[in-house]
Ligand binder design. Sequence first.
Ligand SMILES: NC(=O)c1ccc[n+]([C@@H]2O[C@H](COP(=O)([O-])OP(=O)(O)OC[C@H]3O[C@@H](n4cnc5c(N)ncnc54)[C@H](O)[C@@H]3O)[C@@H](O)[C@H]2O)c1
Ligand SMILES: O=C(O)C(=O)C[C@@H](O)[C@H](O)[C@H](O)COP(=O)(O)O
Ligand SMILES: [Zn+2]
Length: 369
Amino acid sequence: MTNSNIVHIDLGDRAYDINVAHDAIDTLGAKLKTMFPGARYGIVTDENVQREQLPRLKKALEAEGLNYAVVTIPAGESSKCNAMLNQVVEALLAERLERTDIIIAFGGGVVGDLAGFAASIIRRGMDFVQVPTSLLAQVDSSVGGKTGINSPHGKNLIGAFHQPRYVAADLAALGTLSERQFRAGYAEMAKYGLIDDAKFFYWLEENWREVFEGGPARAEAIAHSCRAKARFVAADEKEHGARALLNLGHTFGHAFEAVTGYSDRLLHGEAIAIGMVLAHRYSTKIGIANGQDAVRVTNHFKSVGLPTELSDIPGELASTEELMHHIAQDKKVSRGALTFILTNGVGEAFIEKNVDPTSISAFLEEQRN
Ligand SMILES: NC(=O)c1ccc[n+]([C@@H]2O[C@H](COP(=O)([O-])OP(=O)(O)OC[C@H]3O[C@@H](n4cnc5c(N)ncnc54)[C@H](O)[C@@H]3O)[C@@H](O)[C@H]2O)c1
Ligand SMILES: O=C(O)C(=O)C[C@@H](O)[C@H](O)[C@H](O)COP(=O)(O)O
Ligand SMILES: [Zn+2]
């Protein structure tokens, strides 16, 4: 792992940088002033981030004389919905932001996905900047241009690819994030190791305590994750191929989020942790992975305090039939056939098309017991 804190996303005329630094918010005003001379800013944030981190961002913008308006949404996954999208769009229009002004998504993945989608449709498309303040958003959602909202029909079913112009991942902002939210983000970080970087997963097994504590190990792990995501996005921006590997654990996980009502009963990262364990177990069941890796992943996630079992999902679990109903709405479904990200072992994930739904349903039934 290198020490560079600027990660470049190589996307031709849509290329941009991620600045991973302790002062990424404090230096943002000067950066924006250079990138977007004369622009006004529409900051979209949630109530927690407004309370804990907005004063820093305001100070950075005011120091450069930048003009801004703030739109605040309730915190949590339930805000990633059509009604809130509408409110945010109307609020930004009421501020008379012009097409050449800039939207700033200031918060976790919920704010990033929602504000990014709003930016993609307001005045047929405005530029936006991501300022991710949760671990999950810093290592995953702020990078790559997937924006959108949930539908009662399924997770992230309404959205657009819309790349940010810049990402400021401020390490100091993580100081006010709760431990549960940090753990949820850690699941997406570990995902990069499980996909194609076994060395990184083994490193995390050894160093996760330091990553949780903060300091150089955390900074290194976040920058490493951004470089991994940058590689997948640059190679396959709109998920025609290898980018689907970033969906490891998500076909199961998104169904768990849907049946728990997109609520804080189960956070996205928690759902994905269970989903990744299940992807390893299913791969073992069909004889393509050795069961030791499924146990290894389960044990690591248990050590950090992440859920790994269907029984870890709070409340009464929906029927297998209902879970399969949501799995059938996955965006990777094509001509009615399921696609899953399966694995030959840690760091050896691959895309499997034409997965038999009855086999997944039987597997989920087994996992309930
Ligand atoms: N677009 C993508 O590529 C992508 C990738 C992964 C996940 N996602 C999406 O991201 C969302 C999850 O993101 P998330 O885990 O960041 O959830 P989130 O946005 O709900 O943030 C988690 C919680 O932490 C709070 N918070 C955030 N930063 C804080 C800080 N610095 N101090 C105090 N509190 C803080 C928020 O208010 C919220 O309550 C899901 O909707 C998921 O689908 C998108
Ligand atoms: O960036 C991607 O590509 C991902 O799949 C990252 C995922 O962690 C993220 O949860 C994403 O929002 C899922 O995308 P979806 O297309 O399955 O909704
Ligand atoms: Zn995810």
